[in-house]
Design a protein around this ligand. Structure first.
Ligand code: UDP
Length: 245
């Protein structure tokens, strides 16, 4: 498949490779209850990026010396499958997957009542089965839905999306071609996660951006997160309706 390169038209207007508007998300598909063995599970797809999350717990933490008697532990394991990209990656954990696992924990912890689960662990396994950038955000969205599906008490869902800057233009939800954008000032990628009422639980920044544009990018992401949040809620409601039938 050939994709049109990002370009600045002679009119000065910036065009995204897939023709999306600057604040337009990729098509989203979300569903819960996709891993029957898990206590809760979800799939979240954003364009060609697909994440599956499976939750096990809360359950007694083993080994015992890892238990925290003050509060429960959220343990996230992010894994990008070797077949998820065209150039096969080495299977198993690596520095990147360990970093993303940690970030996912930080993004989700603020909405969990871990104090209610002393000495216990909630295991969240995130599998990326297809990757086209934004996998950490898709993983966090799937994980948040899977936690809710498992009945883990939460203050709200967490919704994650990447804002970015291609040369000088702010855009939302970068795909891989955009993350590799090389013209002008190049790409800036800003993955963010929000609570249901718009509080930031996670933010990263890869690239360069002015404080004023960063503020604008955060607001764009916050608006997009509202759209994603509705889709997450709908997927959870649909599963409850399905159970009633
Ligand atoms: N990627 C890849 N091989 C790797 C790591 C990443 O092909 O070993 C691709 C994949 O499409 C991924 C994208 O690069 O989604 C961006 O990776 P990044 O580390 O920026 O994280 P992400 O945007 O997926 O959260």
């Amino acid at each position: 498949m050939t994709t049109k390169k990002s370009e600045t038209k002679s009119s000065g207007k910036f065009e995204r490779p897939d023709g999306r508007k600057v604040n337009e998300l990729r098509p989203i598909w979300a569903k819960v209850g996709v891993v029957p063995n898990a206590d809760g599970s979800a799939i979240y797809a954003s364009g060609d990026t697909i994440a599956i999350a499976a939750v096990y717990g809360p359950k007694q933490m083993h080994p015992q010396h890892s238990q925290n008697p003050e509060k429960g532990t959220l343990r996230c394991t992010y894994l990008m499958n070797s077949f998820s990209v065209n150039e096969r990656i080495k299977p198993g954990p690596n520095r990147r997957s360990m970093e993303i696992s940690k970030i996912t924990e930080w993004a989700l912890e603020p909405v969990l009542m871990l104090k209610d689960f002393p000495s216990q662990v909630i295991d969240v396994h995130i599998n990326i089965i297809q990757a086209d950038a934004g996998t950490r955000c898709a993983g966090i969205n799937a994980a948040s839905m899977a936690l809710a599906h498992a009945g883990v008490p939460m203050k709200s869902l967490v919704t994650s999306v990447s804002a970015g800057k291609l040369d000088k233009t702010l855009v939302i939800d970068l795909d891989k071609e955009e993350e590799d954008f090389e013209e002008g000032e190049g790409p800036t990628d800003i993955p963010l996660s929000f609570t249901g009422d718009g509080k930031i639980t996670h933010m990263q920044l890869d690239g360069k951006i002015s404080p004023a544009q960063l503020k604008e990018a955060v607001e764009m992401a916050r608006e997009s997160a509202k759209e994603i949040h509705k889709i997450q809620v709908k997927a959870l409601k649909d599963s409850v309706e399905g159970d009633k039938k």
